[in-house]
Design a protein around this ligand. Structure first.
Ligand code: SER
Length: 321
């Protein structure tokens, strides 16, 4: 029976993944690790919570030893826009943090799930139908840490036999915890603003396509890959996975179907726009489909409908659906 540690458990993906793992494997078998002293009441009350700064290898080791952890979902990382603003910190958290987790995993024989990202690609990557194995020359600190992370995870598998697995997540859209400083955050903000104020000012330019995914599919990708038959995995880390691809005006049109008064204008942020333009328009995820049966459930209309329903209830705006 698994004993799991989730790093970054208070983050956008971590907060939902931790609860989903607790539901699946039992509350006491999933340790929520985070740097925040005040995790949400739900995380704190439903199972063990430990302060784990992944840049401190001793802190990671202490928790793994104490709870006899055999699987680590390593989600602690800085997103793209924050990493551009604080590149030294991004290196420390995204690279040294991962290195520490892999070292502890090597010693205590843990399996490790680590997300890579669409940010692992760059301007010289083919942008349409981006292949699984292709040119990766990102020009952001986030991208540099993601490519290095993919390679490091492959190395720990080949050299030390650590069971490392991972996906290249696209922008993740969710309704529980806000993302913290990514380039794809507009696709989450738009729903909050549409429900609260019926309008949104988008920081990404019209016509800029990026891959996206609804949280239930992001969780499914992590579960399905970690439970996949290792004999079928030719790749292990950094599988392209996507569920939809759209530009800002396309998601705005979808929102408008549910909230007819909704309007959107643009105030482009040059830093995040440049990052967005260096990322794929849409990835080819056929290798993940083939090797471990990846299959997303939500497309743009299904995701938008659910986001508006759930958020309207959460924000208590009843006339928005
Ligand atoms: N959502 C992430 C970001 O925008 C992409 O991996 O940084």
């Amino acid at each position: 029976m698994k004993k799991i540690l989730v790093t970054g458990s208070a983050g956008q993906i971590g907060s939902e993944l931790t609860m989903a793992l607790r539901e699946r494997y039992g509350n006491d078998r999933v340790v929520a690790g985070g740097r925040k002293t005040k995790p949400s009441a739900k995380l704190r009350e439903s199972g063990p919570f430990e302060i784990v700064d992944c840049t401190d290898i001793k802190a990671v080791e202490k928790v793994v030893k104490r709870y006899e952890i055999d699987t680590i979902y390593h989600l602690a990382a800085l997103l793209s826009a924050v990493a551009e603003a604080r590149p030294q910190l991004a290196w420390d958290v995204n690279i040294n943090g991962l290195y520490n987790v892999l070292e502890v995993a090597r010693e205590y024989k843990c399996a490790v799930f680590t997300p890579s990202s669409i940010g692992a690609f760059g301007l010289s990557t083919p942008q349409d139908n981006t292949p699984q194995d292709t040119i990766q020359r990102p020009n952001t600190m986030y991208g540099v840490t993601k490519v290095a992370g993919e390679l490091l995870c492959d190395y720990y598998y080949k050299r030390f036999g650590v069971d490392t697995r991972g996906v290249r997540y696209p922008g993740i859209i969710s309704n529980v915890t806000l993302p913290g400083g990514g380039t794809t955050d507009y696709a989450v903000e738009i729903f909050y603003e549409a429900i609260k104020h019926k309008k949104y000012t988008c920081f990404i330019k019209e016509g800029t396509k990026m891959d996206m995914m609804y949280m239930p599919d992001a969780l499914k990708a992590a579960f399905d890959l970690m439970e996949a038959d290792p004999g079928k995995l030719k790749h292990r880390n950094a599988f392209n996975v996507t569920a939809m691809s759209f530009a800002p005006e396309e998601i705005a049109a979808e929102v408008k179907k549910h909230i007819p008064e909704f309007t959107m204008d643009y105030k482009v942020d040059p830093v995040r726009q440049a990052i967005a333009e260096s990322w794929p328009n849409y990835m080819d995820d056929s290798v993940a489909r083939r090797e471990w049966g990846w299959h997303p459930e939500y497309d743009l209309p299904a995701m938008s409908k659910d986001m508006i329903k759930v958020l309207s209830e959460k924000l208590q705006v009843s006339d928005a659906v």
